[in-house]
Write a protein that binds this ligand. Sequence first.
Ligand SMILES: Cc1cc2nc3c(=O)[nH]c(=O)nc-3n(C[C@H](O)[C@H](O)[C@H](O)COP(=O)(O)O)c2cc1C
Length: 232
Amino acid sequence: MMNRRKWNRWIVRMCIVMSAGLGGDMYGQSVPETDVEVVDAVRLPTPMKAGRMSVEEAVAHRRSVRAFRAEPLNEMQLGQLLWAAQGITDTEFRRRAAPSAGATYPLETYLVTDKAIYHYSPLQHALSVVREGDFREALGKAALGQGCVTFAPALIVFAAVEERTTERYGRKGKRYIDMEAGHAAENIHLQAVALGLGSVPVGAFDTVEVDKILRLPREQESLYIVPVGYPR
Ligand SMILES: Cc1cc2nc3c(=O)[nH]c(=O)nc-3n(C[C@H](O)[C@H](O)[C@H](O)COP(=O)(O)O)c2cc1C
């Protein structure tokens, strides 16, 4: 016999199958296939699901921080920030920490440190190297010389594959993607506060230049840079 929970899941699954059959035009009804397994990806520590600070405190204390100590962030901190941005929070349906229009998941997430540029895999909660070396100065130049980009110990960069969302929602999909990047960035800001860190959203940069530095595939475009570190 199916218990109530299993029964509810079965109903949800049937709705998804049926909506896909009807063209999948309902909001939030598709299972994303946008995350591929990367063989040489290095797993990050399992993210915490509880902390010492309440959401209210994190909201109350969030402020844009633009000056950071040089101290690098550790794997736990980086993993936690990336999980808050785009981590998988429902393994059954591969839903992520930030909402996504129609669960189309257009965002691709990159981490930049003094060591390398990495791509984050939400599914594996792991990083794979895109480019070795320190590209923060180059990114700072592309961001109109903003010191918060050049000197932050870590930069989280969101790029988007526009077609994933515009295929379903047409021109409105573009707006949805920008909204989604905002959700993901805010999750980073609040998680940073909860970890005793600071961050700032950076929208002022030369997209073409940043795309080149990150070696983004042709279908991706950079959207937002979030420098993170210990406030100075
Ligand atoms: C879409 C967007 C783009 C932004 N771009 C930049 C930026 O390029 N550089 C910067 O220093 N701050 C940037 N900010 C941060 C704002 O300047 C900041 O949020 C505002 O001054 C309010 O301060 P608060 O975040 O401390 O509340 C951006 C904020 C948003 C929402």
